[in-house]
Design a protein around this ligand. Structure first.
Ligand code: FAQ
Length: 311
């Protein structure tokens, strides 16, 4: 007996199977994925700015090539993710418009400044570290194109995290001034990196439905906890201190107790009032406008090619 679309969808989710672009899916599932995937794509694109600022100032040719490769990977991640979102029926132009209009969200983390070279280390170690913790489970997301894109993205993120760790390790083995610079960057990025996982579980409106649809596999707080347990031994190897005096392992719960996250700061950044929200968007808008001639030329070339083919 043929199942109708909805019954087929429910059965696939129940069996932990994959939904593909041509399959029937509830509108809410489609909207949730467009929201999450496009936000993720925008994060990658805006996320090129904090590090892009250091490409011309990297301390050596080797550091410069590594950083250049990393920032290019981020552009690539943005592009795969836009493509995955397009399979759900939104266009690249619509998504781009939402970003430059300032109506789309992107990760809060990319609104913080990068005043020193050590910030490249802290971003790699903490921001890419958080990204991996959050994204490895997304490789099993029920929507096929998203899960598959995430596999490659995660491989590249692990290289990014290693390179950040290695920058910090080098600084920590250097002069007092270099060690201070590394610790200062860790102090500034630690709390914002914990905020990347999103609001606490009891204040996360999308989690329950996204988990029921096998998009999210773990809750925001569970992933945050997992991230901290990963950081503690790595911080010890680096010789840096995580800036949370209340952080300690709790034998009874088998988890780390942590200090309170400043959720007011998180809300402010989400509302567009973080340290660099305006500048990040302004830069993106300017780049979009300056690139208009490239898009026009590419479109004119494509039209000419397809006209030649049909002649
Ligand atoms: N920033 O109900 P929930 C990277 C919003 S990694 C801004 O819990 P959900 C790699 C959320 O959208 C960064 N907004 O939402 C890289 C929702 O608002 P909405 C990107 C946030 O979706 C490294 C509202 O709060 N990674 O780019 C944030 O179930 C280095 C309520 O929250 C991803 O996007 C935040 N931190 O869970 C690149 C991963 N947190 O849409 C360059 C995929 C929450 O209802 C350099 N995304 N919000 O208006 C996810 O896993 C999820 O979307 C969460 C949020 C976990 C981020």
């Amino acid at each position: 007996e043929a199942l109708d679309g909805e019954a087929m969808f429910d059965a696939l989710i129940e069996a932990d199977g994959r939904i593909e672009p041509r399959d029937w899916m509830p509108d809410g599932y489609r909207r949730t994925l467009i929201r999450q995937i496009s936000q993720h794509a925008h994060s990658e694109i805006i996320g090129m700015q904090p590090e892009g600022a250091w490409i011309t100032r990297a301390p050596s040719l080797k550091r410069k090539s590594i950083l250049l490769a990393k920032v290019q990977d981020e552009a690539g991640h943005g592009l795969y993710l836009y493509s995955a979102a397009q399979t759900l029926g939104i266009t690249r132009d619509e998504m781009t418009q939402q970003l430059v209009d300032g109506t789309a969200r992107y990760s809060s983390i990319f609104n913080y400044p990068t005043p020193t070279w050590a910030d490249m280390g802290a971003i790699g170690w903490l921001v890419d570290g958080a990204a991996i913790c959050n994204q490895v489970p997304l490789c099993r997301a029920s929507y096929g194109p998203y899960g598959r894109a995430m596999v490659r993205i995660c491989k590249e993120e692990s290289f990014h995290q290693r390179q950040g760790f290695e920058i910090l390790l080098t600084l920590m083995q250097g002069t007092d001034e270099q060690r201070k610079m590394a610790q200062d960057a860790v102090d500034r990025w630690y709390w914002p990196s914990l905020m990347m996982f999103g609001p606490p579980d009891d204040d996360s409106p999308n989690s329950a439905q996204s988990m029921a649809w096998n998009i999210k596999r773990f809750s925001n707080d569970d992933l945050r906890q997992r991230f901290v347990s990963m950081l503690v031994p790595q911080a010890a190897v680096l010789g840096v201190t995580l800036p949370d005096p209340e952080l300690r392992f709790n034998d009874e719960t088998g988890q780390y107790d942590m200090g309170e996250i400043d959720w007011t700061e998180f809300q402010e950044v989400l509302a567009g009032r973080g340290p660099l929200n305006r500048q990040r968007l302004q830069n993106r808008r300017a780049a979009h406008e300056e690139g208009a001639w490239v898009r026009e030329a590419a479109a004119a070339y494509a039209a000419k090619k397809s006209a030649a083919r049909t002649e």
